[in-house]
Design a protein around this ligand. Structure first.
Ligand SMILES: C[S@@+](CC[C@H](N)C(=O)[O-])C[C@H]1O[C@@H](n2cnc3c(N)ncnc32)[C@H](O)[C@@H]1O
Length: 207
């Protein structure tokens, strides 16, 4: 596979291995040609919801990529944050920003290599989307959260409907205190590209 790194091709990925390959090429330019150029704002909304929900550290940022969500969290408060991602190349960029206590590899479609009840907070932006990670990975986030912890993740709205996240979240609601959903825009108001009106659901779970 020799795909150009961009959103269209990222949405067409089929496997975790495809993700490793695409993001190994995208890592160095991701912040400039995706976050800045497309006016991506999902990480800001996830950070805001985590603060609103009273989230505390230690926090795990899953599918952390280059670390934009952790940066947004640290602009809003003091947290100890760890990063995990399937792309070593993305994690290298994240590490270079010196914002994470620890960065480690994991495949969210399998078990995350940490013990039960490890974190007070789990956050994720942009990773539960087409071609990336589906609903069955959410239970793993509950497993690694401490009782009383807060999980805030974004899920692309079309992906939510296509993969029946609703049923998975209903099952999870039986083992957590509460959950809420909020629909938000993924990109800034000034954006003009073909995805400018795309929406995501912010899922906040109180464990
Ligand atoms: C669109 S980026 C989002 C990165 C960052 N959270 C942000 O908001 O910019 C998606 C990230 O999910 C990661 N990813 C994709 N599939 C994964 C998997 N199975 N396990 C862990 N991370 C995965 C990719 O490597 C990539 O860094």
């Amino acid at each position: 596979m020799k795909l150009r790194p961009n959103l269209e091709n990222a949405y067409e990925l089929k496997t975790p291995e495809d993700n490793i390959e695409l993001y190994s090429v995208w890592a160095k330019s991701y912040d400039s040609d995706f976050i800045d150029e497309m006016q991506y704002e999902l990480h800001l909304s996830v950070a805001n919801e985590f603060i609103l929900a009273g989230g505390k550290g230690p926090v795990l940022d899953v599918g952390a990529g280059t670390g934009v969500l952790a940066k947004a969290l640290l602009q809003r408060g003091k947290f100890s944050i760890e990063a995990t991602d399937i792309s070593e190349a993305m994690l290298e960029v994240a590490k270079s920003k010196n914002i994470y206590e620890r960065c480690f590899w994991s495949d969210l479609t399998k078990q995350i290599p940490v013990a039960n009840c490890s974190y007070n907070g789990v956050v994720s932006s942009g990773t539960f989307t087409h071609g990336h990670v589906g609903p069955s990975s959410i239970f793993e986030l509950v497993r690694i959260s401490k009782p009383g912890g807060v999980i805030v993740i974004s899920v692309n709205e079309e992906h939510w409907n296509a993969l029946d996240f609703k049923t998975e979240v209903r099952k999870i609601s039986e083992v957590v205190k509460s959950y809420q959903l909020k629909k938000i825009s993924i990109y800034g108001k000034q954006s003009t590209h073909s995805h400018k009106d795309d929406k995501a659901l912010i899922l906040t779970i109180k464990v």
